[in-house]
Write a protein that binds this ligand. Structure first.
Ligand code: 13P
Length: 250
């Protein structure tokens, strides 16, 4: 399976800065054996696409979508609308949306199904809170989130999903999960995937939460970790280029 690193800008960079980021990042020397994506705020997708032209790298993604194709849903963006920008993927269920906007497992599942139907890969974010980890509930919580999100999804083809394990307590804190603790959770997720899709499935499980230049190589060389979802360390295009190079052994 090819490894996949995704930059999640979160709520940073309107059209002007997004275009500049893409142009700067395209000057970076990037490893060939790596899929690289960037999840862009919706208002900046047109500028990002224009700066990217037809180039295949980075792959463009959204950060959220809605499950209906069109209608009276003020403020929402349908998968079909995102697809018009030629997006390859879209994040769903990021913990920041679950926490601040009340996104439920059911909503995450509906969004993932809608993305696949519209021809994009859902990148499904899951992860436990600090309290849940302290109570020893990590695997129970993550298993429930993954199982709910995958209901009715296809596990192969151009729209194969990605699972991003992002422990909430590790996001933006500078305190990543250890690679060994992440490995245990990735193994539990892999078990669910194998049961659901069989052995031939090609669903990457990537890790997110305070990934940076110092720890990327360690995560990427850990068995069962198929890539990374990078927040803060993706905001500088040169820094993110360095991180991508450090992710793959020379
Ligand atoms: P940080 O890399 O800033 O911890 O954010 C992780 C994240 O939430 C990516 O989606």
């Amino acid at each position: 399976m090819r490894k996949f690193i995704i930059a999640n800008w979160k709520m940073h960079y309107g059209p002007i800065k997004a275009g500049a980021w893409i142009r700067a990042f395209r000057r970076e020397r990037l490893p060939k054996d790596l899929d690289i994506g960037v999840a862009v705020p919706h208002v900046s997708l047109a500028a990002a696409r224009a700066s990217l032209g037809r180039a295949g790298v980075p792959l463009l993604g959204g950060q959220n979508t809605f499950w209906m194709a069109e209608g009276a849903f003020t403020g929402e963006t349908s998968p079909a609308m995102l697809k018009e920008f030629g997006l390859d993927f879209c994040l769903v269920g990021h913990s920041e949306r679950r926490i601040h906007l009340g996104e439920t497992d059911e909503m995450v599942n509906k969004k993932a199904i809608a993305l696949q139907k519209a021809g994009m890969r859902p990148v499904i974010c899951v992860g436990e809170t600090e309290l849940q980890r302290k109570k020893g509930e990590t695997l129970k919580v993550v298993r429930a989130q993954v199982t709910a999100a995958l209901s009715g999804l296809k596990g192969d083809g151009a729209v194969v999903p990605v699972i991003a394990y992002e422990p909430v307590w590790a996001i933006g804190t500078g305190k990543p999960c250890t690679s060994q603790d992440a490995k245990v959770v990735h193994e539990a997720i892999r078990e669910i995937l194998v049961k659901k899709f069989g052995k031939a499935m090609e669903v990457p499980i990537i890790y997110g939460g305070s990934v940076d230049l110092r720890n990327i190589a360690e995560f990427m060389s850990t068995t069962g970790i198929d890539g990374a979802l990078v927040g803060g360390a993706s905001l500088d295009p040169r820094g993110f280029g360095l991180l991508c190079r450090a992710a793959v052994p020379a």
